[in-house]
Design a protein. Sequence first.
Lengths: 491, 485
Amino acid sequence: MSARESWRYSAARLSNEVRRGAVTAMEAVESGWEGPAREWEARVHAVAHHDAAARAAGSRAAVKGPLAGVPVLVKDNLCTTDYPTTCASRILAGWRSPYDATVIERLRRAGAVVTGKGNMDEFAMGSSTEFSCYGPTRNPYDLTRVPGGSSGGPAAAVAYGLCPVALGSDTGGSVRQPAAFCGVFGLKPTYGRLSRYGLVAFGSSLDQVGIFARHAGDVALLFETLGGADPCDATTRRTAAPDVSGWDRGVAGLTFGWPANLWAEGVEREIIEGLEDAAARLERAGARRVTFDFMPGEFAVATYYLVATAEASSNLARFDGVRYGFRHDDSSDLRALYTRTRTGGFGPEVKRRILLGTYVLSAGYYDAYYLTAQRARTRIRREYDQAFEKCDFMLLPAAPTLPFRLGEKTEDPLAMYLSDIFTIGANLAGTPGLTVPVGMTPEGLPRAVQLLGREDGEPELLRAGRAIEVGGEPARLGRETEREFAWPSKR
Amino acid sequence: MALEAVIGLECHIQVATRTKMFCGCPAEFGAAPNSNVCPVCLGLPGALPVANRAAVDAALRLGLALGCEIREESVFARKNYFYPDMPKNYQITQYDRPMCEGGALPVALAAGSRGFPLIRIHVEEDTGKSFHPERHGDRRISRVDFNRAGVPLLELVTQPAFRDPAECAAFLTALRRLVRWLGISDGEMEKGHLRCDANVSLRPAGQSELGTKTEIKNLNSIRGVERGVTAEIARQNLARLSGERIEQATLLYDADHDRLAVMRSKEHAHDYRYFPEPDLPRLRVEAAWRDEARAALPELPWTRAARLEREYAVPAYDAQVLGERRELCDYFEDCARGADGKLASNWIMTEVLRMTNERGWSIDDWARRVPPDRLREFLARVSARDIPGPLAKQVFTWLADEEGGVAELLDRHRVRVQASRDDLLPLVREVLNQNPGPVAQYRGGKIATLGFLVGQVMKKSAGQAVPQVVQDLLKAELGGQRPPS
Ligand SMILES: [Zn+2]
């Protein structure tokens, strides 16, 4: 394959080619733009900001390191000095961060190149990437359908081939659900394993930076590169991040939970077929299935929306037009400045959640809502702990449905919120989750499953994800990208 | 019906740390506007706080000094309200689980020492500073300086334990002394290092339940607190007399006009929507840290003053003055050890303090110039009456300005202390010859005239004679020519 075709490579292979000089970093980064993006980007609209000069500047420095020359699309809520950071919100229109997020710094240090900023639901609030001030992103497998959200842009870009890996953020499933809708891997790490410094906060106690990739091995590579304590983020763990180098060791001897009660109703048939397919692959690879009922707190959705909106209402208070971003000019006094700026700057879903969260924290309601939610959260954590006493990881749907159609749920917030039902538990519990593609439906939509692990259970999740990957057909656009993942000879 | 005032204080102490509470920016005062800022203290998107251990340690030391209960795990909380000088539109503070609870500050009052009980002390961050509208044509422009945003503060809340404004002033004076003593803060109210709000209510004397309280803000000097509280007590008294109900409100005190203005009434009270700060783990003060801080605590001012009185036999007043500053105490003790305590205290309280004031030196500056061993030697010479009084002050000044011991200084300035009979007898005789009148008076029984004659000899010796020797010589000479009886 020529350098022009290098967009088909895994990140691991691509960086190896760059390090050995077969492909220049510039070629590695541009091949996605000159190849698949020409065909897809205008239709999918995965990218919120890009800039050829910034890419070129980034590529010049990117000749060494485990991610040498690897282009990475990063969600528009991760601070970057070379592109605007706007969270797909009018209120941050044109804002450029004076600093790089810690994960961006680590990407660059590893030789990666930020290839642009991925589209998203405004402030990561949404499950379809329709709530973006730049307009929606579409699912590359079916342009009438959503790519999932809120990290829909990065997920779609990895799916259509702009870049082999991307970064998103996952507060309630915002990496795992779009990964499922776009047929790629999506990891939400254990809370505190990836720094949040420079990730524009939505729900601070739930947010984690997440990784998209087309191969389990690339997820491992990025997790290794990005993970670990950060002195700038007091919620990162000081202990060493779990060692994921054994991601290709197979699953012999591992036990996976099969909480079939969760999909007894309300889950689409194709999703259940995907679960059965994945379970069969795992069993063929030597893992053992244990069936049990799992009730991750009946109130998980309610708990999640109380905690997330409460934190968001406070986190988003800083967007007031005083210091940066959008300011409503025609304000005669301070109150008008605040009101008009925020009214004009935020979209409807963000306003809805700020109002909800403000209410949740109000005097007189705090105990009933916020404190009750905290207690429920403690119980949910305990239920996850108990489940992981019975197995090494669980197999779950990533979402109850296949990708839905644009506009289908925008008018029904509750239906949209319920599409997170299988993902929010891991955010409440602080535990890791990995979306793994499992082939295609007959109509050509990607199918996927979600693996949930215990705290620091990333190694088991990646081993299982890998076993499912090699056990069958991947869901990749036209199966154009390299099918087989191989570690480069020299790492 | 006699009414009594019930007053509680809420004090904010700016901690003199090198860096801010949650970021690495310098916490210094007086830099160019918006020069000590970073993504964290500007509240930029994505920035996260990391707690400053030095500031927590300051809270710990203050808490231990005041006998507070130290919570092993306290919790940071967000206090949400919109204000342009608050970058995140919330303040990181502590709420229902503060670091220190209980405790009391002993305060010396005219009637004796009394401990004023505290409710709590917690750690928080300061806001920036707003500069209010300037006119630019038809536009009004407000400016904000964020240098102060994020500077560590300790909030100390007292029980409503004060009954009159003078007690509040005495409390603040004692608190200021303590924070300086512990090296926590410079404690200058004018510079905003120490700020105070007061809660004031009235109730019939003897009643235990509290009346409706008002909060006075902007009390930025100790005198301001005293006057502001006095004004508010008067206002509430007057209102009650005319049958009005006291409404819960926040008032601003205008020190220039000695006036109170309503800032917020109850209906406009903020709902701060406190909740635990999710960006920060619980603040852990392990037993080892606490015990280490306790062991490293200096002797506290109130204990030390009592000990000075006891050990150095200085009067209570002296002990209070010396006890005002820790470095002054240290200097005094270094000078007074094995010497005459009262003499040391006299010289330090009058001459050292006068000279340091005049020259704008700190006690440490002074101690570098005149280390305790030099002052001790000087005091020993004075004590032994080796140096005459007027000369002593001169020597003292040389001590401050020059190097060397007392003998060396006297030599350098060609001063020979005239202490011998041979030196002084000629002068004594001369004075007796020149003053027949006084001599006659003395002989006539007016003994007090001796003082005048001693003065004359001293003058002739240019202050270099030792008065005791002069007096002895005069008596001998006058006695030699005993008046006719
Ligand atoms: Zn700062």
